[in-house]
Ligand binder design. Structure first.
Ligand code: ZN
Ligand code: ZN
Length: 293
């Protein structure tokens, strides 16, 4: 039974969430929520996200990957604060995009009339290209690493620190990927599906659940693969930059996997303030902060 849960967790949570979201695509009209007319896609996306989160909270207790990662690290408040700030900014960016005239009156393109899964696959590949390079530069360019280090500074991986990104870091990812997504000319529903899949795969990557993913880790960014990305060892951590897919890593030679090896310590070699506010401004005083006694 345990083996089944280990193997089924990742693919089953991903596919069932997509199915829940698909109900939103086929529900006609808006849904009345306390007198507010809300798009069904938004409601079903939130339901599907809650579905994954609740399962992961349960599985992190019952079937942890590392028992030591269940212990408090004093970072939960900071993790949640980064997540909320990022969520607000991403919503803001989406509202700005919706306000653009070309986005409101988009005409049918060659792709936008194709089946939703075909459109979403193309959209995912295009968005991933931007995400891959934004992430890779964040590791290879010291100026960007100062911001990305906030994400890597955690000493344990669990559901709650999935969204722990410096807001400059998360905005760069959005700016690097959204133009590629829009250039494909896919429909609005396909854009929603790509964004939802990114959210699902994202929340799964940090879960402290003893998942087994096998060959899926060669194609997708699974928790088993992403843990290596957080390794303190540079050759292990400076790899696997894809946020959803590993295709660009495979093509550009940055794919790294060691299915049988035991992951060592995770984190960063540099110092990081313990508090949220300090983490927000430390990239701007990085060298001074690292030199300080
Ligand atoms: Zn990284
Ligand atoms: Zn991570």
């Amino acid at each position: 039974m345990i083996r089944f849960v280990q193997w089924a967790t990742w693919p089953l949570l991903l596919t069932t969430s997509c199915l829940i979201l698909s109900v939103g695509f086929t529900t006609p009209g808006d849904i009345d929520v306390f007198g507010l007319a809300v798009k069904p896609e938004l409601i079903y996306f939130n339901l599907s996200y809650a579905w994954i989160v609740l399962w992961l909270l349960l599985l992190e207790r019952l079937l942890p990957y590392r028992a030591a990662w269940q212990r408090k690290d004093g970072q939960t408040g900071a993790d949640l604060a980064h997540t909320l700030l990022n969520k607000g900014l991403v919503q803001f960016t989406i509202v700005q995009l919706m306000g653009m005239s070309f986005f409101q009156h988009r005409e049918a393109t060659m792709l936008s009339t194709q089946p939703l899964l075909v459109q979403a696959s193309v959209g995912l590949l295009a968005a991933e290209f931007g995400l891959y390079w934004a992430h890779r530069w964040s590791h290879e360019w010291p100026l960007l690493w100062r911001f990305h280090a906030v994400h890597h500074s955690v000493k344990r991986l669990w559901l709650i620190n999935t969204g722990r990104f410096h807001f400059v870091d998360s905005n760069l990812s959005v700016l690097a990927s959204v133009p590629f997504l829009l250039l494909t000319g896919i429909s609005m529903n396909a854009i929603i599906l790509v964004s939802a899949i990114t959210a699902y795969i994202g929340v799964l990557t940090h879960c402290n659940v003893a998942t087994r993913c096998g060959f899926l880790s060669y194609v997708f960014n699974t928790p088993n693969l992403h843990r290596w990305h957080h390794s303190l060892v540079p050759t292990e951590g400076n790899a696997n930059y894809g946020q959803n897919l590993m295709l660009w890593d495979q093509l550009f030679g940055t794919f790294f996997i060691r299915p049988e090896a035991e992951l060592g310590e995770i984190g960063i070699a540099e110092r990081m303030p313990a508090r949220f506010i300090g983490q927000l401004y430390v990239p701007f005083i990085w060298k001074r902060y690292q030199r300080a006694p």
